[in-house]
Design a binder for this molecule. Structure first.
Ligand SMILES: *[C@@H]1O[C@H](CO)[C@@H](O)[C@H](O)[C@H]1NC(C)=O
Ligand SMILES: *[C@@H]1O[C@H](CO)[C@@H](O)[C@H](O)[C@H]1NC(C)=O
Length: 371
């Protein structure tokens, strides 16, 4: 079994290599029209947590709980691992592909130091929340992500001039995956539930401030995702008696989702030209957990990589305090790659829904309409 797994890994990395080569050829043939292209394409800026982080946490002072730069992360697509919390590509990687853009680089990746980031940048950081306190000091909080974006904006203005820079920012699409870690940290700290409403308001207040600042800089097109039923993730169920869902976690996720949706509608009226694509990730994930085979998965409740019940212990890779972990043969059969993060196959499906889902999945716009 081990041998056949190895073969598969080789075959896949060979495919990866060919993909890289053909991408390079594409880039070369595209060179003449680069300037023209630069004026025409829509850039993609990415903010948020581990669902979107393409490797920024590799470059900060943190610990392996907040990193995924070791095998078997990335095993199906990237070699060496990039820091993405999955076996391969994430939702924003597929969005970039659908939009005809290259993979959007992690802002802190030293290979891109002082590069122009004309196609956009990824500022997301695994473990981060909307609030500065959430996993404070170990992640890049959303305020700092926004600060990096402001630095980049200044660079755009310097390099392109005010008019072109503004044009780039107002055409661009801004993706957010935020809030999950704020609520995880709230429940870890065992706050009594009558504070929950207040906490949700604080999270959304801070999130709204970020949207306002992006609007001020010219941004108009925002893509957000609802927060899933967190209490049913393998990582939450593994800690529950009889591995049932942790309902309090789900309740607060629903509270957040309702409040965000209301807030977005208000902002559309208050802020000129503001447009939202709100992708209902929560429903999409729940449907696949309940009925995995309908969506091409063999397993919907357990992780591919991890240990303990439902492989729900966050031990994938063996570097987070638990050395031993199990790894499935084919991550594509699994909805979850590790105890909390979707597999590449699942991310592709989610990205398709975000990109061109009908209005009961992604509304009032889908991302395709923005590009
Ligand atoms: C959380 O709070 C409840 C009630 O306030 C208490 O019974 C429980 O022991 C606390 N749990 C932890 C882990 O502190
Ligand atoms: C933002 O969060 C901080 C805590 O991190 C809080 O003190 C502040 O009131 C929040 N701002 C808004 C507008 O809710």
């Amino acid at each position: 079994m081990k041998n056949s797994f190895r073969h598969m890994a080789v075959a896949k990395s060979d495919l990866g290599f060919r993909l890289v080569v053909s991408c390079m050829l594409l880039l070369i043939t595209d060179c003449q029209s680069a300037q023209e292209h630069f004026n025409k394409h829509v850039a993609l800026f990415i903010f948020g947590d581990s669902l979107f982080d393409s490797g920024n946490n590799n470059y900060i002072n943190t610990n392996p709980n907040f990193q995924a730069k070791f095998w078997p992360y990335g095993e199906s697509y990237f070699n060496p691992p990039t820091g993405r919390f999955s076996n391969g590509r994430l939702i924003p990687d597929f969005i970039a592909e659908f939009a005809g853009l290259p993979l959007i680089p992690a802002y802190l990746d030293p290979h891109y130091h002082n590069k122009e980031f004309g196609y956009g940048a990824n500022f997301a950081s695994g473990g981060s929340g909307v609030l500065v306190e959430t996993n404070g000091g170990l992640v890049i909080d959303l305020k700092t992500q926004l600060q990096y974006f402001s630095d980049l904006e200044k660079r755009f203005r310097k390099n392109l001039g005010d008019v072109k820079a503004k044009q780039l920012l107002s055409n661009a699409v801004y993706l957010f995956s935020c809030g999950i870690n704020d609520y995880a940290s709230l429940l870890r700290n065992n706050q009594s539930s009558h504070h929950h409403q207040q906490y949700v308001e604080m999270v959304i207040g801070n999130l709204t401030d970020v949207f306002k600042e992006i609007h001020e800089k010219g941004g108009r097109k925002i893509g957000i995702t609802t927060i899933p039923q967190l209490g049913c993730l393998p990582i939450a169920r593994a800690q529950q008696p009889c591995n049932t869902c942790y309902e309090e976690f789900n309740t607060i996720a629903s509270l957040h989702n309702r409040a965000v949706s209301k807030k977005m509608k208000e902002m559309t009226k208050q802020f000129e030209g503001f447009m939202f694509a709100n992708y209902d990730h929560s429903t999409a994930l729940s449907k696949r957990m309940k009925n995995p085979s309908k969506y091409g998965f063999k397993v919907g409740d357990s992780g591919c990589c991890g240990s303990g019940p439902l492989r729900g212990l966050y031990s994938c890779g063996g570097k987070r305090g638990i050395r031993k972990f199990e790894l499935c043969d084919n991550p594509d059969d699994y909805l979850f790659f590790d105890s909390a993060h979707p597999s590449e196959a699942a991310c592709r499906q989610f990205a398709e829904l975000f990109w061109e889902g009908e209005s009961k999945v992604t509304s009032p716009y889908n991302l395709k309409a923005f590009f």
